[in-house]
Ligand binder design. Structure first.
Ligand code: PEP
Ligand code: MN
Length: 452
């Protein structure tokens, strides 16, 4: 595997060609010269990921599209600089590994582990400003743009934050790589952690499945299984490729092939608010060789998906394009079939992933932005039903979660209620499943996969 070289003049030009396209959701940086300076600095930094790793992920996503693997994507809605700590990263990786172990058993398939991590520092917002007590300031757009405090200084976009974001991503990814290859990810530990989940009396419903996994583990160990795959795991980094002032300078030429790769993460997705067909984000991801995703709400049309495929995957390469649907528990059964049929007509093999979070957000009676665990489960159920009905493949799930015991989403076996949300609501953006709710979701999806 060769190191991607810093982008050369020719490719600067080819990426620059799209600089004139409209780009939604970009910060209004007060000083353009400062942004250009930061972009030059970023362009000289080492890549965070290698082209060859991105290609490996493309192959795994192609396997998921064929039903030969299952994808687990998860992490914070928005990472914050303050939360880049060993404990937070460990808890999130641990939660994802625990979920993956349960899903692997349920699906009898390899699980492709992808963190919404090491780059998920920028957010699209429904309003460009926020007003409190008659004072209007720019909206918080994520730590890579501005700070959350409601003061003019904090909310003014600061391009130095792009650099801080790069370093925060680098140290996150460094620890993730250490955890997943240095013994922490050993399947036997992961299984012991899951025993802890079942020991919680709220979770007795999952005892049967946990016992089956236990037996399988003992069987493997009796057989003397002690192979590398039990001790280490592949883990990939994904984020929304929102800030073009970050993603473009991180895009480099792969010296093996001359192709462009966004070296800020293995998998880059375009959000529901920035997937305009002639907009800069779709153009950008069409130029990079990383596997890419596009979020689709219930508002996506058959023409939208056909045109997205035309632009992003003209060669119909399995693994190249993932559609992450986020339609809402009450709408998925109605809205998804037309989209799946439209994709089928194009001849493309896309990877279908269910994001059961973003179509199920509401404001609780006490005023918190929340989600109901039941709705999350119900959307995944609808997603599986639609794909089973149409003979297509439900390839994975995409979840906003944390490894900590926050109270941001209601429901789950611990029955978090509206009145509990104030106890530990920490997200600056969307509500996340906590550690227990994440594991419970994994057990429920494992049951759906086992009957698939
Ligand atoms: C997100 O993933 O946090 C997000 C904003 O999603 P979407 O683009 O689907 O709304
Ligand atoms: Mn979100």
């Amino acid at each position: 595997m060769t190191t991607p070289t810093t982008i050369d003049e020719h490719h600067h030009a080819s990426l620059g060609a799209n600089a004139k396209l409209p780009a939604a959701q970009q910060p209004e940086w007060p000083d353009q010269a400062a942004v250009q300076e930061v972009r030059r600095t970023l362009a000289a930094q080492p890549p965070l990921v290698f082209a060859g790793e991105c290609d490996v992920l493309t192959n795994h996503l192609a396997a998921a599209a064929r039903g030969e693997a299952f994808v687990l994507q998860g992490g914070d809605c928005a990472e914050t600089f303050e939360n880049v700590t060993a404990e937070n990263i460990r808890n999130r990786v641990k939660t994802l590994l625990q979920m993956a172990a349960v899903l692997t058993y349920g699906a009898s398939l390899p699980v492709v582990k992808v963190g919404r991590m090491a780059g998920q520092f920028a957010k699209p917002r429904s309003s460009t400003t926020e007003t409190r007590d008659g004072v209007t300031l720019p909206a918080y757009r994520g730590d890579m743009v501005n700070a959350f405090d409601f003061t003019p200084e904090a909310r003014t976009p600061d391009p130095q934050r792009l650099l801080h974001g790069y370093h925060a991503s680098a140290s996150t990814l460094n620890l993730v790589r250490a955890f997943t290859t240095g013994g922490f990810a050993d399947l036997r530990h992961v299984h012991d952690w899951n025993r802890g989940f079942i020991a919680n009396t709220a979770n007795t419903r999952y005892e049967g499945l946990a016992r089956d996994i236990d037996k399988a583990m003992r069987f493997m160990s009796a057989c003397g299984a002690d192979f590398d795959a039990m001790r280490t795991t592949e883990f990939f980094a994904a984020h929304e490729g929102l800030l073009l002032d970050y993603e473009r300078p991180m895009t480099r030429v792969d010296s093996r092939t001359g192709d462009l790769y966004d070296t800020a993460g293995h998998f880059i997705w375009v959000g529901e608010r920035t997937r305009g067909l002639s907009d800069a984000h779709v153009d950008f991801v069409s130029r990079i060789q990383n596997p890419v995703g596009v979020k689709l709400s219930q508002n996506a049309s058959a023409d939208d998906v056909a045109e997205l495929i035309e632009r992003i995957d003209p060669q119909r390469r399995p693994g190249r394009l993932t559609f992450i649907t986020r339609m809402g528990a009450g709408r998925v059964r109605e809205a998804l079939p037309g989209i799946v049929e439209a994709v089928r007509r194009t001849g493309a093999t896309v990877t279908w992933i269910c994001d059961p979070m973003h179509g199920n957000t509401f404001t609780s009676a006490s005023g918190y932005k929340t989600r109901d665990f039941e709705d999350v489960v119900e959307e995944v159920r609808g997603f599986f039903e639609v794909h089973r009905e149409l003979g297509t493949v439900p390839g994975g799930i995409h979840v906003e979660l944390t490894g900590n015991d926050v109270t941001e989403c209601v429901g789950g076996a611990e029955r978090i209620a509206d009145a509990d949300l104030s106890q530990r609501y920490e997200s600056l953006c969307d509500p996340r499943l906590n550690h227990q709710q994440s594991l419970e979701l994994a057990f429920l999806v494992a049951e759906m996969l086992a009957t698939d």
